[in-house]
Design a protein around this ligand. Structure first.
Ligand code: ADP
Ligand code: ZN
Length: 650
């Protein structure tokens, strides 16, 4: 990765002491974080920032962005100031760092003056390695004066795409960050994001004044995520089937467009025995915080949420992300699905969408606030999302292309696993479009999809008869296809821009391109929706032949599984005692390595990935004891009993 794109300008020194990732940085990686080596790109980025250079880092979720600013903050003198919009997660981030022995604090609106004062004094006394700040804090004069009085090692701007209006997550407070350079010209700045199209990338760069910074662009591919997009038939059943057959007991996120559907779907899942919780902006702050905490802290909770949920959630073991409504943009889709599988283990990104989604999104755009430019931008985003849904090519190739990157067909998405059939839909398209055309021209009428389909199928419904549509020449010309197929034709014509939709009733209109089809100057290729039965068996085949999904227990030798469960139970107890998420104590990957290797001494334990000095000192002996108990007594403990307390909390 890390193709340095802009190598000009303010690059003060290629390498830190001892080449990429050399010297102090590697020592910190090992002693504090307990990792043996840098991931691709990290070493160069860290060296560059340690040497005082500015950086813009585009790296996918789970790529390891945090270390890129945390290690320079530990190596350089002074406090690293991290600007992050994720107020609700600052406590967890600080807890995770504290567990590693790093001195961290945060300042945001959730604190009372006493807490804030304590953090401020620690900062001024030079006792903080990292200070997290909400962007709006920087608009407050007092904060700026405070920062002036302390020593700052670097500014890290997390979720940097929030500064871009072109993107999907614009936050006006981020615009003020352009002032950092003028105010503290000597302090290096590193901006990081997990999502940026070429347009967003350019906007981040110019708004934050990072044109002359070094740009590091990783591949955005997330090979462990399997992308699947299916026609929406009975969304609840489809979702339940996904959870029951492929992800029972797994943590997951289900995204819905509206608060009402969040509530309904969460209730539906609970009725069906899934541990689901709702999350949306209409819930009071306390419920939201509680639900988020449960999702983070307990194993196997499904969060049903609007997109208000999830940014910065760094729960490593989210096994699936399901969308029941069409995301508004490919960037949003990529970012939301990216929350699956940060630990690198196999995960699912699953989306169902139908004609109604297109109609609804169009309506939202037509009625959205803002000027024409804004609406045009939304329209462009939607079109790209629809193209991804309807593609007959590899989803991953399409996704990467959107971010200006290339890749080969992946073998791990639905279109690769069971290639969709395509068919020549030119005549079907002409029939459909000419029906719309006739209504518009001969009758000066506009109708939605339902009426067009009834006309094509020759149905004398009351509405058809009332309008005399049974006398149109196109009446009954479409009996070669069924209703579902005609709706799929309409959906794809919309997606291809050969038809458009407007207004509250989703009435259909022709576009400039429709004329080319009607005039026979343009052919139309459509993909057939997979037959339901065939699709499911293909998927379950794919699911059983692919890598194990419940990767942690399945990949371990049998004897180690019991040890792993015992370690998880120990971890759950420690986490609950400290009131932090389990992964703050140790990640699954670390526990798995311990279970598989059964280290017999502290020295051996220190060699396990994720066991740094601080955690070794704190938990080393307890782990050895936990390992020994089982070996002596053969006693098993059931991790499930430990987490079952969630039910009583619901
Ligand atoms: P991002 O912020 O890019 O989504 P994180 O910084 O949260 O990613 O890192 C993702 C996961 O990878 C975390 O669990 C982190 O501890 C782990 N990780 C990061 N760098 C390394 C490394 N060099 N070796 C091993 N694990 C790493
Ligand atoms: Zn593919």
């Amino acid at each position: 990765m890390a193709s340095p794109e802009n190598d000009s300008g303010s690059d003060p020194g290629e390498n830190g002491p001892g080449g990429p990732g050399g010297g102090d940085a590697t020592a910190v990686l090992r002693s504090v974080f307990g990792y043996a080596s840098f991931r691709e790109g990290q070493g160069e980025i860290i060296d560059h920032v340690v040497a005082g250079g500015d950086a813009l880092v585009l790296m996918p979720t789970g790529g390891g962005k945090s270390l890129c600013y945390q290690i320079p903050a530990l190596v350089r003198p002074g406090t690293g100031v991290v600007v992050s919009p994720l107020i609700a997660l600052m406590q967890d981030q600080v807890d995770a760092l504290t567990a590693l022995g790093v001195r961290a604090g945060f300042l945001n609106s959730t604190q009372d003056p006493g807490e804030r004062g304590a953090v401020e004094s620690a900062f001024l006394a030079g006792e903080l390695d990292l200070l997290y700040l909400a962007p709006e804090r920087l608009r407050v004069d007092a904060t700026v004066r405070l920062l002036d009085r302390g020593a700052i090692s670097l500014f890290a701007i997390d979720e940097a795409h929030c500064v871009a209006q072109w993107g999907h997550d614009f936050r006006p407070d981020y615009l003020a960050l352009s002032a950092l350079r003028e105010r503290w010209p000597e302090v290096p700045r590193i901006a990081l994001t997990a999502t940026a199209t070429p347009a967003t990338h350019a906007e981040i760069s110019s708004r934050l004044g990072l044109e002359r910074a070094r740009h590091f662009v990783a591949s955005f591919d997330r090979p462990n995520i399997r992308y699947r997009i299916e026609p929406k038939n009975e969304p609840r059943r489809q979702l339940l089937r996904l959870i029951r057959t492929e992800h029972p007991g797994d943590a997951g996120i289900v995204y819905c467009l509206s608060r009402t559907s969040v509530e309904k779907i969460a209730a539906f899942l609970v009725e069906n025995g899934v541990r689901a919780l709702p999350y949306h902006a209409g819930l009071d702050a306390r419920t939201r915080a509680e639900n988020q905490a449960l999702f983070l802290r307990e194993d196997g909770v499904v969060m049903v949420a609007t997109i208000a949920f999830g940014m910065g959630i760094d729960k490593p073991d989210v096994r699936f992300v399901a969308h029941l409504d069409l995301p508004k943009s490919v960037e949003g889709y990529y970012q939301e699905t990216g929350r699956a599988g940060r630990d690198g283990l196999p995960s699912t990104a699953w989306l169902v969408y139908g004609l109604q989604d297109v109609v609804q999104q169009r309506k939202l755009i037509d009625t959205s606030e803002g000027d024409d430019d804004h609406r045009r931008r939304l329209g462009t985003h939607l079109e790209a999302m629809l193209a991804l849904c309807e593609t007959a090519e590899c989803r991953r190739v399409g996704l990467l292309a959107y971010f200006g990157q290339t890749g080969a067909p992946c073998g791990n998405c639905d279109t690769c696993l069971s290639p969709p059939k395509s068919w020549d839909g030119t005549i079907a398209a002409q029939k459909f479009l000419s029906t719309v055309f006739r209504l518009m021209r001969e009758r000066r009428q506009k109708f939605g999809v339902g009426q067009i389909v009834d006309i094509l199928l020759g149905r004398r419904t009351p509405k058809v008869v009332q309008h005399g549509h049974d006398s149109l020449t196109v009446f009954g010309v479409g009996t070669d296809l069924g209703e579902a197929e005609w709706r799929a034709v309409a959906r794809q014509l919309l997606a291809q821009g050969l038809l458009s939709v407007e207004g509250d009733y989703g009435t259909l209109l022709l576009t400039g391109a429709s004329a080319e089809v009607l005039g026979g100057r343009r052919g139309v290729t459509l993909r057939s929706d997979p037959e339901r039965g065939a699709r499911e068996s293909a998927q379950s085949r794919a699911a059983t032949t692919s890598k194990p999904r419940r990767a942690a227990p399945a990949e371990l030798p049998e004897e180690a599984v019991e040890v792993f469960e015992r370690l998880r139970a120990w971890r759950a107890a420690v986490a609950r005692r400290q009131g932090v998420p389990a992964y703050v104590i140790f990640h699954d990957a670390t526990l798995r390595e311990i279970a598989a290797g059964t280290p017999a001494s502290l020295a051996e334990l220190a060699g396990v990935g994720g066991v740094g000095e601080s955690k070794l000192a704190k938990y080393g002996q307890e782990i050895l004891d936990t390992l020994a108990t089982g070996a002596l007594s053969g006693e098993t403990s059931d991790a499930k009993t430990d987490t079952s307390s969630i039910e009583s909390q619901l």
